[in-house]
Design a binder for this molecule. Structure first.
Ligand code: SF4
Length: 717
C-alpha cells in the first residue's frame, strides 16, 4: 500500500453524461490492510456543486477486485501481454492482407476516456485505413448529432447547465431526468422550489418519477414528437410570437419548415387526436411556450432512439430558431447525453461517419488536414458501418475480426441474439474490459484486462461541453492497462511505431487538442487550441473547462468568472452559408407496426440505481435494493387480458425474440404500451435480456436504433 496516495483527489463520475465532479480518497481499513475508496461530491465542479446521486455515491464500493479481469488470455488460457498483443496484431494483419481493411472493426464505448477514443479512431481510420469503428454512443445520441449538423452545420450543444436554473419554462422531452440524469433533476427541482412560478412540462408516453415536478404531462402517442413540435411552430406563427429579426438575420428555410408543419394537419384539433393529447392540454402547452421567453427544451433518449429521431431533433430546434430563443440565458434546445464521455467520443471522431475533431469525410480540406496532421497516406476514404450494420456485416462474414472495448453488445444492441450468432461466426473476437465475465466476453477469443474507474486517467466531456479530468486513485488491479496503451501496442506491432509511441495520456490529449486547431485558424466549433500545449504537469492540474477554448486567456477567464459559454445567440453557425438551417420535417410513423399478433408497444429505458448492463453497479449491493430483478410494467387492462396477477412472470415476445420479467401492474403505462428496463443480462437473470426483443430498425440518417418502439405480445409464463 506504500504506493497508494491517501489524499482526496478530484476526479469525475464514471456514469451518466451529467459528468459530476467527485472527490475520492483511498483509505486503509487497517494499517497495511485492505484499501477502500471513499467518495464525496466536488463542491467546486460546475456540473454538480457537490451533489451526487445514488450511483455516484456508491462508486467507491465498485472499486474492488471481485469480478475483475486481471490477466490477458487467448482462448481462455492466461498468457503474457506480449503474447496477447502479438496474437491480436498478427490476426489483424493476416485478415487485412487477405480481405482488406474493411474486414476488421472496432466497437467501442462512451465509457472510454477521450484519450482512449482518440487512439482507437487514429488507429482504425488513420492507419488500418477503414472507418469501421463505431460506438455504443450510436444507441444513445447519434440522432442528436445528425440533427445538430443539419441545423447548426456542426455537432454543437449551445447550452449550459445553469440554463436549468435560469429558465422560466423547462420542457423535458423523452427524458426521465429523475432517474437518468439525477443531479440535473436535483438542480431543476431546487430551482423550481425557489421560483415556484417556473413551469416544467413533461413530454413522455409514460408517467415516471420526473412527473413529481411537472406542471403538465403530455402523454403523447409513442413516436409523435415531430407532430407536437410542428404544431408548436404553427402556433408560434399564428400567435405572432416569431422573432423575425433572428429568423431574417441568422437562419434559412423558415417558410418551407412552416409550410411543412402547416400541411401536416388540417387543425390543431386533428393534431391533438393524432398525438393522443387532450386539446386543452395541448393548447396550454402552446400558450405557455408562446408567452415565455426563457424556454428550455431538454431532450434525451425518448427523442433519439427512434427511426425519426433526427427529424424530432430538428422539429425541436426549428421552434427555437423561430423564436430566437437559443444561446441566451435560460433558453435553447439542449440534448443531454447518456454516457460519461459520449461527447468526448464525438469530439475525436468515435462515430463511424465522422473523420476526427468534428471534421467530416465529405470535406476535401478536412481530409487533407487529418492526413497531414497524422502523417498518413492510409486514411479511410469513406464512412464505416454503424452499430447495427456492423454486427450485420459480421453475421454475413464480411467483417472477420472485431475488437469490442468497454461495452457489452450481446446485451445492449437490438435483436441481441443476432449479435451472439455474429460473434460465434467471427474469426477473431477481442474483448478489452475491466470485468472478467460479461455476456460478450463469453464469445471472445482474446481477453485483455483494461483499467477501470479509480485506476485509469484521462479526460471526459459532459453534456455541456465541459472537459474534466478523470484521475487515478488506486494502482491498477492485476495486469490491467490503460485502453490507449493496449491499442498503441497493437498499432506498433502493425508497423506504425512512430504514430503510436506515447509515454502518457497527456501527450495524447495534447495531440488531440492540436488537431482541433490545425490549419483552420479557429474557424470550427470544436477548438481546443488553448489546451494544445499542456504538459503532463499542467494536464494533471487541469480544472474543468468548456469548449470552445481557443486561447489560454479565454480559459483563464472561465476559471476566474466561471462564465458559461453559450453559442448561436447571434448566429455564427458552421453551415456553408453561416446561417442556421430550419429543416422541413413531417411526422413519420415508426418503421415497424403493431398488428393482431403484436398489439402492444414496448418502450425500454434505465432505472434509477443501475448503469448499462450492471457490470459495475451490480458490484454495489445497496444499488440492487431499488429494483432487484427484471420487471415488465403493464397496464391493469393488459394484466386482465392475460389474467396476470402480482408476482407473475410474463413472457414478452416480438418478431425478434422473447424475454421474461416479473409483472409490474401500473397505470404509469397506457393500455397499449409496456415498459422494460435495459440492464439485466444472462449473467444476472435467467432471461431478462430485453435487447433480444428490441427491433433492429433504425433512423436512416443517424443509424440510431428504434429502442422505444417495438411491437410485442405478452403472456403469462
Ligand atoms: Fe454520476 Fe450522473 Fe449521478 Fe452525477 S448524476 S453522480 S454523473 S450518475
Amino acid at each position: 500500500t506504500s504506493s497508494v496516495n491517501l489524499d482526496w483527489i478530484k476526479t469525475t463520475c464514471a456514469y451518466c453524461g451529467v459528468g459530476c465532479g467527485i472527490e475520492a480518497k483511498a483509505e486503509e481499513v487497517s494499517p497495511g490492510g485492505e484499501i477502500i475508496v471513499k467518495v464525496r461530491g466536488d463542491e467546486d465542479h460546475p456540473a454538480n456543486f457537490g451533489r451526487l446521486c445514488s450511483k455516484g455515491l456508491a462508486l467507491g464500493e465498485t472499486a474492488i477486485s471481485d469480478g475483475r479481469l486481471l490477466k490477458p488470455s487467448i482462448n481462455n488460457v492466461d498468457c503474457t501481454w506480449d503474447q496477447a498483443l502479438d496474437h491480436v496484431a498478427d490476426k489483424f494483419k493476416n485478415i487485412i492482407a487477405e480481405h482488406g481493411p474493411d474486414a476488421v472493426a472496432f466497437y467501442v464505448s462512451g465509457q472510454l476516456l477521450t484519450e482512449d477514443y482518440y487512439i482507437a479512431n487514429k488507429l482504425m481510420k488513420g492507419f488500418i485505413g477503414s472507418a469501421n469503428i463505431d460506438t455504443n454512443s450510436r444507441l444513445c445520441m447519434s440522432s442528436s448529432v445528425a440533427g445538430h449538423k443539419r441545423a447548426f452545420g456542426s455537432d454543437t450543444v449551445p447550452n449550459v447547465y445553469t440554463d436549468f436554473e435560469l429558465s422560466d419554462l423547462v420542457i423535458l422531452v423523452g427524458s426521465n431526468l429523475a432517474w437518468c440524469h439525477p443531479v440535473l433533476f436535483q438542480r431543476l427541482k431546487e430551482a423550481k422550489a425557489q421560483r415556484p412560478e417556473m413551469k416544467v412540462v413533461m413530454v413522455d408516453p409514460r408517467a415516471t418519477d420526473t412527473c413529481a415536478i411537472a406542471d403538465l404531462h403530455l402523454k403523447l402517442q409513442p413516436g409523435t414528437d415531430v407532430a407536437l413540435f410542428n404544431g408548436l411552430l404553427v402556433e408560434l406563427a399564428e400567435k405572432n410570437c416569431l422573432d423575425s429579426t433572428y429568423i431574417d438575420s441568422f437562419t434559412e428555410g423558415f417558410e418551407s419548415a412552416l409550410t411543412s408543419a402547416r400541411n401536416e394537419f388540417s387543425s390543431q384539433q386533428a393534431r391533438s387526436e393524432a398525438l393522443g393529447i387532450p386539446l386543452n392540454d395541448l393548447q396550454q402547452f402552446y400558450d405557455w411556450v408562446c408567452a415565455t421567453e426563457k424556454t428550455l427544451t431538454v431532450y434525451s433518449q425518448g427523442v433519439n432512439q427512434s427511426s425519426a429521431g433526427v427529424d424530432k431533433v430538428n422539429a425541436i430546434i426549428n421552434t427555437h430558431f423561430a423564436t430566437g430563443r437559443i444561446g441566451k440565458p435560460g433558453c435553447g434546445p439542449f440534448s443531454i447525453t447518456g454516457q460519461p464521455n459520449a461527447m468526448g467520443g464525438r469530439e475525436v471522431g468515435g462515430l463511424a461517419n465522422t473523420l476526427a475533431a468534428h471534421l467530416e469525410f465529405n470535406d476535401e480540406t478536412a481530409y487533407k488536414i487529418v492526413s497531414e496532421f497524422w502523417q498518413t497516406d492510409r486514411l479511410a476514404q469513406k464512412p464505416g458501418l454503424r452499430a447495427v450494420e456492423l454486427f450485420d456485416a459480421i453475421d454475413e462474414g464480411k467483417v472477420k475480426a472485431v475488437w469490442v472495448m468497454a461495452t457489452n453488445p450481446v446485451v445492449s444492441l437490438p435483436n441481441a441474439n443476432k449479435v451472439i450468432s455474429a460473434l460465434q461466426k467471427c474469426e477473431l473476437v477481442v474483448v478489452s474490459d475491466c470485468i472478467e465475465h460479461t455476456d460478450t466476453a463469453e464469445y471472445a477469443h482474446v481477453k485483455l484486462p483494461a483499467q477501470g474507474w479509480s485506476e485509469k486517467s484521462g479526460t471526459v466531456t459532459n453534456s455541456e461541453r465541459r472537459i474534466s479530468r478523470q484521475r487515478n486513485i488506486l494502482p491498477p488491479k492485476g495486469e490491467a492497462k490503460p485502453d490507449w496503451w493496449i491499442m498503441s501496442e497493437v498499432g506498433k506491432r502493425l508497423g506504425f511505431e512512430s504514430a503510436f509511441s506515447y509515454n502518457n495520456e497527456a501527450e495524447i490529449f495534447q495531440e488531440h487538442a492540436q488537431l482541433t486547431a490545425f490549419k483552420n485558424n479557429g474557424s470550427r466549433d470544436l477548438n481546443l487550441a488553448g489546451l494544445s500545449s499542456l504538459n503532463l504537469e499542467k494536464y494533471n492540474q487541469l480544472s474543468p473547462v468548456q469548449w470552445p477554448c481557443d486561447s489560454q486567456e479565454k480559459i483563464a477567464e472561465q476559471n476566474t468568472d466561471s462564465a458559461p459559454i453559450r453559442l448561436f445567440s447571434e448566429g455564427g453557425f458552421f453551415t456553408p452559408s453561416g446561417r442556421g438551417q430550419f429543416i422541413a420535417v413531417e411526422q413519420k410513423a415508426p418503421k415497424t407496426k403493431t398488428s393482431k399478433e403484436y398489439p402492444l408497444v414496448l418502450n425500454t429505458g434505465r432505472i434509477r440505481d443501475q448503469w448499462h448492463t450492471m457490470t459495475r453497479t451490480g458490484l454495489a449491493s445497496r444499488l440492487g435494493a431499488h429494483k432487484p430483478e427484471p420487471f415488465l410494467s403493464i397496464h391493469p387492462q393488459s394484466a386482465e387480458s392475460i389474467n396476470a396477477k402480482k408476482g407473475d412472470i410474463i413472457e414478452i415476445t416480438s418478431r425478434c425474440g422473447s424475454a421474461l420479467a416479473r409483472v409490474n401492474i401500473t397505470t404509469d403505462v397506457s393500455p397499449t404500451q409496456v415498459f422494460m428496463p435495459i440492464h439485466w443480462t444472462n449473467m444476472t437473470s435467467s432471461a431478462g435480456r430485453v435487447g433480444v426483443v428490441v427491433t433492429p430498425e433504425y433512423d436512416d440518417i443517424s443509424g440510431q436504433p428504434e429502442a422505444k418502439f417495438t411491437p410485442v405480445n405478452i403472456k403469462k409464463h
